[in-house]
Design a protein around this ligand. Structure first.
Ligand SMILES: NC(=O)c1ccc[n+]([C@@H]2O[C@H](COP(=O)([O-])OP(=O)(O)OC[C@H]3O[C@@H](n4cnc5c(N)ncnc54)[C@H](O)[C@@H]3O)[C@@H](O)[C@H]2O)c1
Length: 317
């Protein structure tokens, strides 16, 4: 009888201790987050890190390459457009990259991703920062969009992330050191009419990156970091012709601003980066407002017409 009582007491104390530790740690994490909203978080040093950027032939990918070149990283540049990628390579060398290699890779092709990844491992070494940035948009209404184009959207915007993780994550885990960066979109958080295949692929990219963040956390792989980037329209030409329903709250972003914020988020090991900041409020309102109210607001601010003038990227990839 006495033994049973002692056992119950011990189990009660263990549960109480666990609860107190959990509450203490939670409070500490909230305080830490609050402090870092007022003072900037320390930045990590990426000099000597090997950074692989997909879709480095233009737009954000090219600008990211130039920034990492200035930060002293080794660069591995992937794009389906050889000429444009070679140009980024040359520009990165001029910007002071310590080592830069350009590879032609169609990220929509699984076998090609694996083949080029093996080549990178042999020729450059382990990739420690992987930036899945390559992206395409069809800009067609769902029923007008040919199946092949929808499949292509998924292959480039989402499935390529699976194959690059498969290729590079194992070494990151073995070294307990790595950073996985997903360039998604505000269209990966909120559905947009006229953009169904793109939205679905970008939602998938967010879901995958977030799940892998949780998986590495649950497996105590503390050295593996994740950053998920969701920007609104950017002036790179990809969404040429599109408009904003509210230029003050949702401005069309400058690529240089977006890249500066992405670099900050990576260096500060920030998990989510939504741009502009108004998107955080949009996400909150999406969760709490009645659906009808949300739709009325969207209609009032012209959100259903943002894709009306879409012409897209002029150059062909
Ligand atoms: N521009 C925007 O308004 C905007 C907004 C939100 C998110 N994004 C995302 O940002 C990322 C970069 O877009 P961007 O605006 O710089 O566009 P961009 O068209 O300038 O650059 C995309 C690059 O990806 C490359 N690419 C396309 N298909 C490829 C493939 N199969 N394999 C390898 N490379 C391929 C292209 O050659 C190009 O160099 C994309 O993922 C895009 O979806 C863009």
């Amino acid at each position: 009888m006495c033994g049973v009582r002692q056992k119950n007491m011990a189990s009660y104390l263990k549960t109480t201790k666990e609860l107190l530790v959990f509450l203490g740690k939670s409070l500490f994490s909230v305080l830490k987050a609050l402090i870092f909203t007022f003072i900037p978080k320390p930045r990590k040093n990426v000099a000597g890190e090997t950074v692989l950027i997909t879709g480095s032939g233009s737009g954000l990918g090219r600008l990211l390459a130039l920034q990492f070149a200035r930060l002293g990283s080794v660069l591995v540049l992937w794009d389906v457009n050889t000429e444009a990628n070679e140009e980024t390579c040359r520009m990165a060398q001029e910007a002071g990259a310590m080592k830069v290699r350009a590879y032609t890779c169609d990220c929509s092709q699984k076998e090609e991703v694996y083949k080029v990844a093996d080549q990178v491992k042999k020729e450059v070494g382990d990739v420690s920062i992987l930036i899945n940035n390559a992206g395409i948009v069809t800009g067609k209404k769902f029923l007008d969009c040919p199946d092949e184009l929808m499949e292509k959207s998924f292959n480039v915007n989402f499935k390529a992330h699976l194959w690059t993780y498969k290729a590079f994550l194992p070494t990151m885990i073995a070294n307990n050191h790595g950073h996985l960066v997903c360039i998604s979109s505000s269209a990966g958080l909120v559905g947009v009419n006229g953009l169904a295949d793109y939205c679905a692929s970008k939602f998938a990219a967010v879901g995958f990156a977030e799940s892998m963040f949780v998986e590495t956390f649950a497996q105590k792989q503390k050295g593996i970091k994740t950053t998920i980037v969701c920007p609104f329209f950017i002036k790179t030409g990809m969404f040429e012709g599109c408009t904003t329903s509210s230029p003050t709250l949702l401005p069309i972003l400058e690529p240089e601003y977006v890249v500066r914020k992405i670099i900050d988020a990576i260096l500060q090991e920030q998990l989510y980066l939504y741009m502009p900041k108004f998107l955080y409020l949009v996400m909150f309102l999406k969760s709490v407002l009645p659906v009808k109210t949300g739709l009325l607001i969207a209609d009032y601010v012209g959100a259903f017409n943002v894709m009306d003038g879409f012409t897209g990227q002029k150059k062909k990839t």
